[in-house]
Design a protein around this ligand. Structure first.
Ligand code: UGA
Length: 436
């Protein structure tokens, strides 16, 4: 099929490349000329495992092109809208101005029978509003909403082999939107991927509910870790034990510095704001607590650092391992790791932060911090080590080797990924979150 993808960020660039990989003829559009130039040259503008390979092969095949001019989307049968919906500058609601702009931009270029497919995460009610706009301004085209569930770090796999497909379609759709999308996702459909065809509002809510549930799960276990801390219990063993109950499940029960990134934090805030607009704020008021618990984790790590250094971090060299919000990503948006580094710096510590992929993005946001690209440079002479992003490189550190680099053997495991007994046996003072 001829496909356009509007917005080439973490979502759109992967989606465009994956669609071309599946054999479609794809044009990716973005207003950022630098991003488009890099993509056109086969270079992803961010780190995502597997993306360079499919981007290169798809651009070389001629099935994938990029442009800054939305007029180049004309002629596509399907237009995916994959622009960002960040948190608004002055409220906790989502800023959907980029979605609106993409729509307005597409209107003059919609061919007869073409389908616009929203992928961006939007407040419930957005699709119905845009469908009404479309019916008035470009009745030859129609709209479906197809939320995206990809995880950064696994984005290529999640796009090529999604765990479910959700299509939100208009009440008067005669099955055409679903059949077009089935065609787009033929490989996944043939592989038996569950597919749910529903109305616009449900499809928008599926996305909000999924991220709200994941965030709640993480904050739940982090709340347990606070109770574990004051009782001497071990939150990791607790998570293992409750996780054996298949109704609960072990995944997303890792206590630590908490969730961050461009999705979970802003999505729960936007969901709360939208529910309040709808007069049902009470129904999701618990999400405010989920957010509060999550943000408290960052402070807990800072408090542990202060305690580990005897009450003050002032002028003490601290190696912060990790700045990205999770491993296998260079994304530092709302990153708990970077926040911890900034908070420690604010308390007067000599922070040296390091990360296998995130240093450049972190430096752009927080140039006041000192960075090292190699972990050993950050570790050299440190009086405290704080692990806040669980990159494999950090999980597999050897306590004896690291012990020879640092000035004092003190470590805070902000992701509960190290074996305390191994580190203690090597002479380290070890502290985790909710671990004795
Ligand atoms: C999340 C969802 O998992 C995706 O399904 C969704 O498509 C995406 O948001 C989105 O809305 O676009 P992502 O932001 O890539 O994906 O990251 P996650 O893997 O969900 O991790 C989010 C945060 O939770 C990370 O900071 C991670 O370190 C933290 N986390 C995760 C924990 O603190 N504990 C856990 O047990 C699991």
């Amino acid at each position: 099929m001829r496909i356009s993808v509007i917005g080439c960020g973490y979502l759109g660039a992967v989606h465009a490349s994956a669609m071309a990989e599946l054999g479609h003829d794809v044009i990716g559009i973005d207003v950022d000329a630098r991003k488009i130039a890099a993509l056109q040259a086969g270079r992803p503008p961010f780190y995502e495992p597997g993306l360079p390979e499919i981007l290169k092969s798809a651009t070389a095949s001629g099935r994938l092109r990029f442009s800054t001019d939305i007029a180049d989307a004309a002629g596509a049968e399907v237009h995916f809208v994959a622009v960002g919906t960040p948190q608004a500058a002055d409220t906790s609601a989502a800023d959907i101005s980029y979605v609106d702009a993409a729509f307005r931009g597409l209107l003059p270029h919609l061919a007869e029978g073409s389908l616009i497919v929203g992928k961006s995460t939007v407040p419930v009610g957005t699709a119905a509003r845009l469908a009404a706009l479309l019916a008035a301004a470009a009745p030859q085209a129609s709209l479906a909403w197809n939320p995206e569930f990809l995880r950064e770090g696994f984005a290529v796999k999640d796009t090529l082999e999604p765990d479910r497909l959700v299509y939100g379609v208009s009440a008067d759709d005669d099955g055409r939107a679903a059949s077009v999308l089935d065609h787009v996702y033929r490989a996944a459909i043939e592989a038996g991927t569950p597919r749910i065809v529903t109305d616009y509002a449900t499809s928008e809510l599926v996305k909000a509910a999924a991220n709200a549930f994941l965030a709640t799960k993480i904050s739940f276990i982090n709340a347990m870790s606070e109770i574990a801390d004051v009782t001497g219990a071990d939150v990791t063993a607790l998570a293992d034990a409750i996780g054996h109950d298949v109704r609960i499940g072990r995944r997303f029960l890792n206590a630590g510095v908490g969730f961050g990134g461009g999705c979970l934090p802003k999505d729960i805030r936007a969901f709360t704001a939208r529910a309040e607009e709808l007069g049902r704020g009470d129904a999701v008021a618990f999400l405010k607590e989920v957010d509060t618990i999550n943000l408290r984790q960052r402070q807990r790590v800072v408090d542990l650092a202060v305690a580990a250094l005897g009450g003050s971090v002032h002028r003490k060299k601290i190696a912060v391992l990790g700045v990205t919000f999770k491993p296998e990503s260079d994304d530092v948006r709302d990153s708990p790791a970077l926040d911890v580094a900034v908070l420690l710096k604010g308390l007067g510590a000599d922070v040296v932060a390091t990360d296998p992929q995130g240093v450049e993005n972190a430096r752009e946001r927080h140039p006041q911090l000192e960075y090292a690209t190699a972990a050993r440079d950050a570790l050299a002479g440190a009086e405290l080590v704080v692990l806040v992003t669980e990159w494999r490189e950090y999980r597999s550190l050897d306590p004896a080797d690291v012990g020879r680099l640092v000035a004092s053997r003190r470590i805070i495991d902000g992701r509960n990924v190290l074996d305390p007994s191994v580190w203690r046996a090597a002479g380290w003072e070890y502290r985790g979150l909710g671990r004795p």
